[in-house]
Design a protein around this ligand. Structure first.
Ligand code: HEC
Length: 157
């Protein structure tokens, strides 16, 4: 019964998303059912006022842009540019204040440590780029992206 309900809900979701081609539908459906069907989002909800959430998401989209700009500078072998963009994402007293404030407002101290990990990794990336070590800078970039997602795995709005 539960499975049938999930199946109906899922078909509705696909239809709402404009996915109506029968073959696509059944392939996606089979794949989801194999992994146990749609699951609830069990991440920790950050209880913040709406405008703060909007601001936080705006900053997040900027972060994603920054990551893209670092990748482009590394691709162009412009290590000076990569270093200076990465430094801009580095750990500073202002950044600490921002992450700490969210941690305190939400009662989630992990927000500070997960946030710090991103900014400290950005500093490491900057140091690699300053040293002219592109291979290391790319590995740092990979770690940076993973540290972004470590927070996304834990928290949601
Ligand atoms: C300390 C926690 C934390 C860290 C670190 C973090 N994020 Fe986020 N991010 C969030 C939260 C919370 C949301 C909102 C998720 C939701 O909407 O449920 C979010 C959402 C986003 C979004 C979606 C924005 C939108 O408009 O909906 C993007 C893109 C994003 N983050 C990029 C990044 C990137 C890139 C990094 C690393 C450079 C990063 N984030 C690091 C917590 C974090």
């Amino acid at each position: 019964m539960k499975r049938a309900l999930a199946s109906v809900l899922f078909a509705g979701l696909l239809a709402a998303a404009g996915i109506s081609h029968a073959a696509d539908h059944s392939a996606i459906h089979d794949k989801m059912m194999k992994t146990g069907g749609p699951k609830p989002d069990e991440r920790v909800e950050l209880k913040l006022p709406g405008p703060m959430k909007a601001m936080q998401k705006r900053m997040m989209r900027q972060h994603l842009d920054t990551v893209s700009e670092i990748a482009a500078a590394l691709g162009a072998n412009d290590m000076g540019k990569a270093a200076s963009i990465a430094r801009g994402l580095g750990w500073t007293p202002e950044e600490e204040e921002r992450c700490e404030a969210v941690g305190e407002m939400t009662g989630e101290p992990d927000f500070l440590s997960l946030g710090k990990a991103v900014h400290v990794t950005a500093d490491e990336l900057a140091a690699s780029a300053e040293a002219g070590n592109r291979d290391k800078a790319l590995m740092d970039l990979s770690r940076l992206i993973k540290s972004c997602n470590a927070c996304h795995e834990k928290f949601r709005h």
